[in-house]
Design a protein around this ligand. Structure first.
Ligand code: PRE
Length: 124
């Protein structure tokens, strides 16, 4: 009797964990897509800023966006969100900077033609 209850209880817990992990997987998929989209938009900002990438990091802007996010995510709060967004923003800047370095690197054996120049008016 006691054993049967225990077994049933364990099954329910396993099932619940599986369900909850399924929900987490779905949210992670959404998060990944959002993070990818955010990184693309952040890279566009870097190209437009007079001083972009890590050199142009704007901590006031970052603090403001974290404070706004904290209103929507009170459980996490500004302190944890600051840690999360530092990584998110840092990753976006790193990818944008690598991309810019790739654009600037001259192709071997070419000194103009063959080198990708980007869109007209675009900053390197
Ligand atoms: O808003 C900017 O100025 C950006 O460069 C974008 C961004 C971001 O990813 O949100 C990146 C770096 C800055 O430190 C602040 C914000």
């Amino acid at each position: 009797m006691h054993d049967r209850h225990h077994a049933t209880g364990t099954e329910n817990v396993d099932e619940r964990i599986r369900d909850l992990r399924g929900r987490i997987d779905l949210m992670d998929a959404e998060l990944a897509e959002l993070l990818e989209r955010r990184a693309l938009v952040a890279a566009q900002v870097q190209r437009l800023k007079p001083v972009g990438y890590f050199a142009g990091r704007d901590m006031t802007r970052e603090r403001e966006l974290v404070e706004r996010m904290a209103e929507r995510a009170p459980r996490l709060g500004a302190e944890h969100l600051a840690t999360i967004m530092d990584s998110v923003i840092g990753a976006g800047l790193a990818v944008a900077q690598e991309e810019a370095a790739g654009r600037d690197r001259p192709r071997s054996g070419t000194s103009g033609p063959g080198r990708r120049t980007g869109r007209p008016g675009e900053r390197p």
